[in-house]
Write a protein that binds this ligand. Sequence first.
Ligand SMILES: [Zn+2]
Length: 205
Amino acid sequence: MNNLDKLIQHFEEFPGIGGRQARRFAFHILTLNNSDTQEISELILNLRTSVAECQSCRRFFSRSGGTAVLCSICSDPNRDHTKLMVVERDSDIVAIERSNVYEGLYFVLGGTIPLLNSKDTNSLRSGGLKTVVESRITEGLSELILAFAVNPDGENTGRFVESLLKDYIAEHSITVSQLGRGLSTGSELEYADPETIKNALLNRH
Ligand SMILES: [Zn+2]
């Protein structure tokens, strides 16, 4: 396999990218000048050292050369530590933050559980979520907000998280809520506008 084919194969593994788009990416790179090509290569090479996974919420954050282990949200003393929102992926946090209405903390589960294959929970950070909930309980955790996509997989994932944490929820009287009306069926948080998210959060139930 030549270099071009190898690159196309890597792009094909990107989320949401098919063979045709992967080829377009690779051919686009061939049209770039040397300095752009160099910059992209270096950005990719250095990404692992400049970006870290937050040890609490598990989202990726830029630590700009430092040695921080917590992201700006988790290390912010003004955030409401009694609320924990569980989301599927990093980009959901970006969408929620844009709505400017939530001041609690987050946890990135890392995926959802397909309704048709509900035994497949290996790719999720179930253990990490339990650990974070345990430590948040010592800080007065009182509400767990399940913010998954409004579709069967999202609902299935919500049920999974509730049953995973049922002992903590019962023992510490933690309220479990879901995003309310406003998010249309099938919609993913990442693509919802800030106003819609704001309403869904204010109407959580
Ligand atoms: Zn964090």
